[in-house]
Design a protein around this ligand. Structure first.
Ligand code: ADP
Ligand code: UDP
Length: 237
């Protein structure tokens, strides 16, 4: 499969058409952005790390029965994926309170939540990705029917159950994460985009060290070292 025309360039990836109308090639870039693109930098090798980490996690989820857009990883910076119509909802699942949740509701940072909290955010950079509820999703026509919202929540929770126990075995707390879904050519909802330290928070179980994009957001340094550590843990026994 070869890259044809550029379909879309985002903050972290470029999407290319291929000779197959149902397949796209995603190129993972080295760009790091935070605060809706206001903070921006480059970290050589970050794209390849996210591509490799996402590949491993998509394979793990597929094996556990979660449908994903993953087809192949032809090289370090590229992933072959099924083309989907992206659902403009960022599905966030949280196990521990941090980030925007603590700011919005005054919950103390690091509080373990009594159950996995699923939230929807409207995927609209120009509006700053606002928090929305089921009724907003229907009014905005973001899904085909109300049942699809339940499916997004079910899949979000299932992904959380699988990844949380996987990372626990690697000595990492899966604090929270964001996933995106889309409708494939048959109209089925499948997991798309990426699952990486750009879109998840990982805290080391022993030291509490942050091994994700918060290192960039908070200027803690050693961003690439942290992403390498996540890949090493995923690949190690
Ligand atoms: P952003 O658009 O937020 O800057 P990226 O730079 O990661 O993010 O861009 C990737 C874009 O591709 C996202 O908008 C994402 O929704 C979209 N996307 C991810 N997977 C697929 C897919 N399989 N088919 C179509 N679009 C996808
Ligand atoms: N997240 C993301 N993209 C976004 C917003 C959030 O990948 O546009 C991820 C983020 O990395 C974290 C989770 O979603 O793992 C929850 O993020 P939060 O709402 O706390 O946002 P933040 O504090 O980063 O504003």
């Amino acid at each position: 499969m070869t890259k044809k025309e550029l379909l879309y360039e985002g903050k972290a990836k470029r999407l290319f058409l291929t000779e197959d109308p149902n397949l796209l090639i995603a190129e993972f870039k080295d760009d790091l952005t935070a605060f809706n693109g206001v903070k921006h930098d480059q970290e050589a090798g970050k794209g390849a790390l996210n591509n490799k980490i996402s590949t491993e996690l998509f394979k793990l989820l597929e094996k556990a029965g979660v449908p994903t857009h993953f087809v192949d990883m032809p090289d370090d910076n590229h992933m072959l994926v099924k083309k989907v119509d992206i659902i403009l909802i960022e599905v966030v699942v949280r196990n521990i309170a941090t980030g925007s949740l603590t700011k919005r509701l005054g919950i103390e940072d690091g509080t373990k939540l009594p159950f996995a909290l699923v939230e929807f955010y409207y995927k609209r950079d120009d509006l700053g990705d606002p928090l929305i509820n089921d009724e907003h999703c229907i009014i905005l026509d973001l899904v085909k029917n109300e049942g699809d919202l339940e499916e997004l929540k079910r899949l979000g929770r299932e992904i959380n159950t699988i990844l949380k126990s996987f990372f626990a075995r690697k000595g990492l707390n899966l604090v929270d994460f964001k996933v995106e879904f889309g409708y494939d050519s048959k109209g089925n909802i499948i997991l798309a985009d990426e699952i990486s330290p750009d879109s998840c928070r990982f805290w080391d179980m022993e030291s509490g060290e942050k091994l994700d994009k918060d290192r960039f957001r908070q200027g803690l340094g050693n961003v690439k070292v942290a992403y390498e550590e996540v890949l090493k843990r995923i690949l190690g026994e």
